[in-house]
Design a protein around this ligand. Structure first.
Ligand code: HAM
Length: 432
């Protein structure tokens, strides 16, 4: 029996694959990464990469013991002789901050802007846009508490999705306050929910002791009913003076730059490290419950991981979810272009020559060649199937005279080009 890929994973496929949709089109996936690279590097972010697995302790301390991610969704790595001390990373931030601390990146000028992309792993209940292996583009800024950094981070996230051609994106912006504000809020929630314990899901009973705010993020319908019934006051009502002032400043910058957002007073986020500014990007194509991306400030994370106090802020979006949104809007992304030139030999003796010409022409353009001798008619058909713009067939005559007859596969026009001039001609054609 054939073996299928694991549930909750995707194959990313080459252009031209049967039944190809944008969310599994590998060239679209690469285009998202490239667009993010362009936008983020222009803003001064540097690429870095961290391992796909990390110490379990890093994930637990970083993401937080009360989160669904740590309690239910961790993929543990076992190997011979080891006792399962590693976790496939569920997100990028904890690893990025660990790498920052471990490699002395604090010595680089602050604020330090970093970005990465790669696969993340969460053992989720699989549904549309909710995978077990998914990919994030992740942006992190370390070393500043300035509200200007928050506003820039949010604006950059919007810039990336705009550069991809996506328009129906909404920013939901909130603040989680400082730790003392959060403690006050959790105390309020405890007081509110405790008399209604029997109406809470088992998970949320547990959350009530560990971290009541997590109840608001619960996926259980009975929890959400109770939250509505009790008319729970939002976190924003509990912001202290400093967090309030910081939040007002972030909003003032966004307003001045014309970055649109909806204030979401009840934003919680699914990870424990957040403080102050927190936000999500939403899009209809991904479904109301799932975000296209999210981020926030995490000034306490470095100390939580055993390092010095280093303020930080960042965001990540899911590449698969971005592709779903692009598909819903009918945006088409550039696929892999076909070759500029397709070369075939008419007889077996010249196949090696065709390959040699192709290899040297690849210095300037995309060039493919046929591995077997072909009749001209078949060679041109093959070239068209491969979406080539030009094709040439080499026979003994061309080989002796050291020329190629380039056929434009759209207009049918032919022109003879000396082999010595081929790379110059291809450079011109490539730029037309
Ligand atoms: P997050 O909200 O957990 O934040 O994930 C960010 C994005 O990753 C989500 O909005 C979604 O697009 C994508 N994502 C998450 N889980 C899945 C899944 N199961 N299937 C498909 N896509 C998914 C973080 O991960 C934070 N590290 C973001 C951050 C960076 N905060 C500060 N810096």
């Amino acid at each position: 029996m054939a073996i299928d890929r694991p549930k909750g994973t995707k194959d990313h496929l080459p252009d031209g694959s049967p039944k190809l949709s944008l969310d599994v089109q590998a060239s679209a996936f690469a285009h998202v990464q490239e667009t993010a690279r362009r936008v983020l590097e222009r803003a001064g972010a540097q690429f870095m990469a961290t391992p796909l697995f990390e110490e379990a302790e890093l994930v637990k301390r970083g993401v937080g013991g009360s989160t669904d991610i740590v309690r239910k969704e961790m993929f543990t790595v076992y190997y011979f002789g080891d006792h399962g001390g590693f976790i496939l990373r569920p997100e990028g931030t904890a690893g990025m901050v660990r790498a920052y601390l471990q490699n002395g990146l604090k010595q680089l000028p602050a604020p330090l802007k970093l970005w990465t992309h790669g696969p993340m792993f969460r053992a989720e209940n699989v549904q549309k846009g909710r995978l077990r292996q998914f990919h994030q583009v992740d942006y992190e800024v370390l070393g500043s508490t300035d509200a200007l950094v928050d506003a820039e981070a949010i604006a950059l996230m919007v810039d990336v999705v705009r550069a991809l051609g996506l328009s129906g994106v909404r920013v939901k912006l909130g603040s989680i306050g400082d730790p003392a504000d959060r403690d006050n809020y959790n105390e309020y929630l405890r007081g509110l929910f405790t008399p209604h314990l029997e109406h809470l899901s088992d998970d949320s009973k547990d959350r009530l002791t560990r971290n009541p705010m997590r109840i608001l993020d619960s996926k259980s319908a009975e929890d959400q009913d109770l939250i509505r019934e009790l008319a729970v006051r939002p976190m924003l009502d509990f912001l202290g003076a400093e967090a309030s002032a910081h939040f007002a400043e972030v909003q003032a910058y966004l307003g001045a730059w014309g970055v649109e957002y909806d204030l979401d007073p009840s934003i919680v986020r699914g990870l424990d490290y957040y403080r102050r500014t927190a936000w999500e990007l939403h899009h209809e194509g991904v479904g109301a419950k799932s975000a296209l991306g999210g981020g926030g400030r995490y000034d306490g994370l470095s100390a939580q991981l055993g390092g010095p106090e280093v303020p930080g802020i960042g965001w990540a979006f899911g590449i698969e979810r971005l592709l779903l949104a692009l598909e819903a809007e009918g945006v088409s992304l550039p696929g892999t272009p076909g070759p500029l030139l397709y070369l075939a030999a008419m007889d077996a003796e010249n196949v090696g020559l065709a390959a040699q010409i192709a290899r040297s022409a690849r210095a300037v353009a995309r060039v493919e060649f046929a591995y077997k001798a072909q009749k001209p008619g078949n060679a041109f058909k093959d070239a068209e199937r491969r979406r080539a713009r030009y094709a040439a067939v080499i026979g003994t005559d061309e080989a002796l005279r050291r020329v190629l007859n380039l056929k434009n596969l759209v207009s049918g026009e032919q022109r003879e080009v000396a082999l010595d001039d081929l790379n110059t001609v291809l450079t011109e054609l490539e730029n037309n």
